[in-house]
Design a protein around this ligand. Sequence first.
Ligand code: GLN
Length: 489
Amino acid sequence: MSLTDLTLTEAQTLLQKGQISSRELTQAHLERIAALDGALHSFLHVDAEGALAQADGADERRRTNDEGRMSLLGIPLAVKDVLVVDGMPCTCGSKILEGYRPPFTATAVQKLQAAGMVILGKTNTDEFAMGSSTENSAYGVTHNPWDLKRVPGGSSGGSAAAVAARLAPLALGSDTGGSVRQPASFCGVTGLKPTYGRVSRYGLVAYGSSLDSVGAFGRSAQDVAAVFSAMSGRDELDATSQDVPVPQVDLRLNGERPLRGVRIGVPQEYFIEGIQAEVESAVREAIRQLEGLGAEIIPVSLPHTQYALPVYYLIAPAEASANLARFDGIRYGPRVTGNSMWDIFTKTRGEKFGDEATRRIMLGTYALSAGYYDAFYGQAQKVRTLIRRDFEQVFTQVDAVSCPVAPTTAFKIGAHGDDPLAMYLEDVFSLPANLAGVPGLAFPVGFDADGLPVGMQLMGPHFGEAGLLRTAHAYQQATDWHLRKADIR
Ligand code: GLN
């Protein structure tokens, strides 16, 4: 077995026994990146030298300290290029940050570095995480490892593709409206969007500040759980991060029916006309399997679901238009010269932002402008409250809600090229969790006729990540979809 095929637990066992070193593990991933990433384009920046130095540090730490049990020590990690890492470029997939090197590290990354993880590099993303396909990156699209003609999803498409192609065992992403879960689904890996406020946003370049969360990709719920626990928790540098105890997720399962006592809701609003038939059937089959594992399946309703899409596409662009105001050619990145301050702003922003970022800035500025604020942004906030209440109400009846991650499997590159609305519809099942602030977990539950992975989503109550991870772990112990490998060599 190749070192890049190891799960986190397997790698850790071999590291602890001294049968492999972190340098060897890291080297194996760097070699696979060198061999395959030309075709995939999942990385925007690979730091081979830095990674090997960190790996040597981890090997040294393991030799000299009694830290052998730290589960992430010496394990490689890929980081979406919207999280800053001191010493590495951060572009957010945008020309407006080309060449920018931040002088600090995001708290989530810094915590994982402290746990001994080895940063391989930065992964491709839609510009400022705006998109569902990675096609909005100014640096070229990432290809789906299951079919190179298709998108990996987005916006964290680089991280999802890297994990699916075994270029990295684990990766970080960000999820504002589905950007961890939808690419996880398209690439057949496990991806967690934690509760809003669970993981510090410090050092995550802001898109929609009331929706953004830092999430993780891995090849199993068990692997994702380790990263989730290590990066979570209150951070003084992010006032919205919550001081809630971080669980060490208990994944021990008992007996044939480990999900006994777990109530799983099936919301009727998420099984609507227009979903690809194979997506619906794979998800329904997975729900039956959860029932077989002991869970009680209960039909539920989230009645305001249909408003999530328009509400999100007012709130997210509104917040984005304010957040992106800082990119003016003066403070960060390249500058297009002009004959006045305004001239510099206009030219730099006009030339360096791509079409989707520009569209969002215009939509958001309009939604926030005098005379329209109440009608658009204010109204959207009110409906957001109703969506949040739907979830609060449902979680008095069930422990988790199960549904598709996205209405389709991975689509062809260019398929939604001139139709932003078709692209926005990809997020119809993932946006509600961000509007409500609840956690969501995506994991593979089958394939369609073209051999493309289908993902299922579990959403849970605020700070209920452990329950979602446990349910997915029970499913993964009983099935092997998550072990299937994209045929890319
Ligand atoms: N696709 C959604 C958007 O474009 C969500 C992106 C995200 O979660 N960052 O806004």
